[in-house]
Design a protein around this ligand. Structure first.
Ligand code: HEM
Length: 519
């Protein structure tokens, strides 16, 4: 059997060392080599990172940098496009600015967005919000959580919003939709000066609709005085996001914090009532507690076997209201806007919804409340219309992140602590990815496989991909079905441009002249 030996030089001759000496020597040499390799490697890496330039761009004025330009351009759809274009011409697709004192890198599409989402998955990038925004959301809001805590909370919340869970809400959402048209459109119809036409601001109606739906989803709140007060407080709270962080009476941020306290107190009352109802519900007895997100949060444990604390429940009820309210209402309003601008789109929608109704009638179904998941799946053209509106007017154009380690991207270094932003406006309007990008053309979504990954991002991507996307889709399809079934409309001022505030809207809140039609 071969023995392991080593040799030493003693007195000019090589001697064999016994095996007991050789093992420590081999181990020591290996450790030294490993340390040496690691040291040289990290030295090269550090030198490389020092040598690698940071992305091009300008810091501008101390602290304030490009904050004002960036915010002002984000408030106008065309302005934002132009601002991005001017930066791209000067610095290329990837560039940096200074925003509220921090360097901010705007990532290019698709490679930069992909890089950001993948590194976020590997925990090298985490969520970042300016401190006043983080404070308005609350410490335990999923939007504020990072790392492992976010992963657990996210998987948990997603269970109440995935495809199966959303199927359970279809009937409730359709009920709210039918009620919405009866209360908020048909009443206008009666008030209308001409017998069968009336004028309304579509954005005001869709806001009422999505707020009502979200209140029903999260706490089963009915429309009425309590919901009206909540809506007012919610709007005051949301204005805090685009205000100066001055917590003094008279300032928007101060009012926003006060509104937040009011809303959280209201949630506390609902939590106490619901807890009492749940305690009454014995196994086998008929359930009195509503099957909404609040009941789920109070009764279902996460993967670690833990229930959300009351603080966490309240922060996340508010987050869900926020996530599903303005996003869906602006999306619906933009859909109404584009349908009016492109009458051929309306005709095709009419055809799709007429055929769904005809099938229903043949089966003898009740028409007022008809939706099933299959019906929703058959609204293929409607879904393309929604996607195309989300491409041209995404309610959210990007998301903030922060590098938790030094990063290297495409020959540039992005140092630890820098903020970064994924962005959809640069790819949604790039003719490389979307032919004739400024034209509203739903048929471009006929073949989803032709869309380049990481270029169509209305719902974001990666670990923070919108968990409400299935719900939003269901809600928008149902709304459009009932809208097309009842009405046709034209824009009162087709030349009123779409601006951003910071979500897309026309200044006249999309005033439309509506005519009744019965399908
Ligand atoms: C058309 C409607 C909607 C659009 C366009 C939209 C868009 C988005 C986008 C882009 C993100 C990612 C933000 C980022 O990466 O920083 C997001 C996250 C989120 N959305 Fe939506 N959303 C919509 C509807 C909804 C609805 C209906 C809900 C709730 C039912 C919801 C709840 C959330 C939540 C909780 C997050 C945070 C996820 C996390 O941080 O892990 N959204 N949404």
């Amino acid at each position: 059997m071969a023995s392991i030996v080593t040799y030493t030089m003693a007195g000019g001759t090589w001697n064999r060392l016994p095996l007991s000496y050789t093992t420590p020597i081999i181990v020591s040499v290996s450790i030294l080599v490993t340390i040496g390799v690691w040291f040289i490697g990290s030295y090269i890496q550090t030198r490389r990172q020092i040598r690698l330039p940071v992305p091009p761009g300008s810091y501008g004025l101390p602290w304030i940098g490009d904050t004002m330009n960036f915010m002002a351009s984000s408030m106008s759809a065309v302005g934002y496009q132009k601002w991005i274009e001017s930066k791209r011409r000067k610095y290329g697709a990837l560039f940096k600015i200074r925003f509220l004192g921090n360097p901010l890198v705007l990532m290019e599409a698709p490679a930069g967005n992909k890089f950001l989402f993948q590194k976020e998955g590997k925990k090298q990038i985490d969520i970042y919000w300016p401190p006043q925004v983080a404070r308005l959301f609350g410490r335990k809001a999923i939007l504020n959580l990072g790392g492992e805590e976010h992963r657990v909370a996210r998987r948990y919340v997603a269970r109440f919003l995935d495809y199966t869970a959303v199927s359970r809400y279809v009937e409730t959402v359709e009920r709210r939709t039918v009620q919405h048209f009866a209360d908020h459109w048909e009443k206008e119809e009666i008030r209308g000066s001409e017998s069968d036409t009336f004028v309304i601001a579509a954005l005001d109606k869709t806001k009422l609709f999505t707020f009502s739906v979200m209140c029903s989803l999260v706490i089963s709140m009915d429309e009425g005085p309590e919901m009206e007060v909540l809506l007012g407080k919610f709007n005051t709270w949301a204005r805090g996001f685009i205000s100066l962080p001055i917590n003094l009476p008279g300032f928007s941020f101060y009012n926003a914090l006060k509104a937040r306290s009011y809303i959280l107190d209201l949630f506390s009352t609902h939590i106490a009532q619901r807890t009492a109802q749940l305690a009454k519900d014995r196994p086998g007895a008929s359930k009195t507690a509503a099957p909404d997100i609040l009941t789920s949060l109070l009764t279902v444990a996460d993967e670690n076997g833990e229930l959300f604390s009351e603080t966490k429940i309240k922060d996340n009820l508010l987050t869900l209201l926020f996530g599903g309210f303005d996003t869906s209402s602006t999306a619906l309003t933009m859909i109404i806007y584009y349908i009016a601008k492109y009458p051929r789109v309306y005709d095709q929608l009419l055809q799709e919804h007429r055929s769904i109704l005809e099938q229903k009638r043949r089966k003898g179904d009740d028409e007022a409340l008809i939706m099933t998941r299959e019906d929703l799946s058959s609204m293929k053209y409607t879904w393309r219309v929604i996607q195309e509106a989300l491409r041209l007017q995404p309610p959210l154009t990007g998301g903030w992140r922060r590098a938790t380690t030094d990063l290297e991207y495409n020959g540039y270094s992005i140092p630890k602590g820098w903020t970064m932003m994924w962005n959809n406006m640069n790819s949604h309007f790039d003719p490389k990815f979307f032919h004739d990008p400024t034209t509203f053309n739903p048929s471009r979504f006929e073949e989803p496989s032709t869309i380049t990954p990481f270029t169509f991002l209305p719902f974001g991507a990666g670990t923070r991909f919108c968990p409400g996307n299935e719900f939003a889709k269901m809600e928008m399809l149902i709304f459009i079905h009932h809208l097309i079934k009842r009405y046709q409309w034209t824009l009162v001022d087709p030349d009123d441009p779409v601006i951003r505030d910071p979500m897309p809207m026309q200044r006249n809140r999309t005033l439309i002249k509506v005519t009744r039609r019965i399908l």
